[in-house]
Design a protein around this ligand. Structure first.
Ligand code: ASP
Length: 315
């Protein structure tokens, strides 16, 4: 198995071969859901520490850990010594010395894990950091897309909505072009990045109908109100920028619609679309388990001996 990093902060931390290994291990776990590769003694202990709300990511990691035969620890950062001023590094080192092998961490602060790139105090997975990245979501989306088509190469996926505040969009932009996919970022201009900052294979389009017509897949994003300064007006958003089943019928584009969740019905999509078979949000949730099993397995098996080593003077 390709050697994996001990800190998965960004899609940039993985090379193509490693991503390919994750895809095939995810497929393997999907076909063999009862498999428990960690029937070793002692069992690995894997913690989640979420400083921001989550329904899907945290619970999918919890299920993935148990399916792998690991022990799950829900580390409650809100009631921990982080609130007494302890640094993140000391907190992670404490978890490490308690025998925790890996921690999945979510924070509303972008790039909070970057400080541990050189010397991770514990194996770490970014479960979403501010507006920066959400690499495991993008990986499970790639896996889901690969189950929906024979060939990703040359296919266009349109990410429609609040792109600028979406960490999922930021990870997808780095990941999907590696597999030959073209990306259209679409939405009202205030939700789109500068053209100059776009990676290769990514373009902007503000016309929603034109976007849908050019798409093979649609990826909807919620308006990330918690990251906006001031109030965001969502009146008429569905009519002008959202996607309904009627719109897809009118444009004759009955194509798969993905969504990382949580979905706001009546804003970025309508009730008929979310209840239709075009909607793949539940499939993404299902696929999140085998992909996160693959990620945890790869990182636990990477044989990194430097984890938890304190850099400092020795006496
Ligand atoms: N669940 C995703 C995230 O944590 C998407 C969202 O919240 O809109 O970024």
């Amino acid at each position: 198995m390709a050697s994996f990093p001990s800190l998965l902060e960004s899609i940039d931390d993985l090379n193509f071969t490693q991503i390919d290994v994750l895809l095939s291990r995810a497929l393997h776990f999907k076909d063999n859901p009862q498999l428990s590769p960690f029937n070793t003694t002692p069992k690995p202990i894997i913690a989640t520490s979420f400083l921001e709300n989550s329904t899907r990511t945290k619970h999918s990691f919890a299920v993935a850990i148990r399916r792998l035969g690991g022990l799950y620890l829900d580390f409650n950062a809100e009631t921990s010594s982080l609130k007494k001023g302890e640094s993140l590094e000391e907190t992670f080192l404490t978890l490490f010395h308690q025998g925790v092998n890996l921690c999945v961490f979510r924070s509303s602060v972008s790039h909070q894990l970057a400080q541990f790139k050189e010397n991770p105090p514990i194996k770490l997975v970014n479960g979403g950091d501010g507006v920066n990245e959400h690499p495991t979501q993008a990986l499970l989306d790639l896996y889901t897309l690969s189950t929906l088509t024979d060939d990703l190469k040359g296919k266009t996926i349109s990410i429609i909505g609040d792109n600028i505040h979406s960490r999922v969009a930021h990870s997808l932009m780095k990941l999907l072009p590696q597999f030959g996919m073209k990306i259209i970022l679409s939405g009202p201009p205030e939700y789109l990045p500068e053209t100059s900052s776009l990676p290769k294979g990514v373009e902007l389009l503000t016309d929603r109908d034109e976007t849908v017509k050019r798409s093979d897949f649609i990826y909807l994003l919620r308006i990330q109100k918690e990251r906006h300064i001031g109030n965001s007006n969502t009146d008429n958003y569905l009519e002008t920028n959202g996607v309904s089943l009627d719109l897809l019928k009118k444009l004759k584009k009955l194509i798969p619609v993905l969504h990382p969740g949580p979905a706001n019905i009546g804003v970025e999509l309508d009730q008929s679309l979310i209840k239709s078979s075009l909607y793949k949000g539940y499939l993404q949730v299902e696929n999140s388990i085998p992909m996160r099993m693959a990620i945890i397995e790869a990182m636990l098996l990477n044989n990194d001996q430097n984890i938890g080593k304190v850099n400092g003077e020795k006496f």
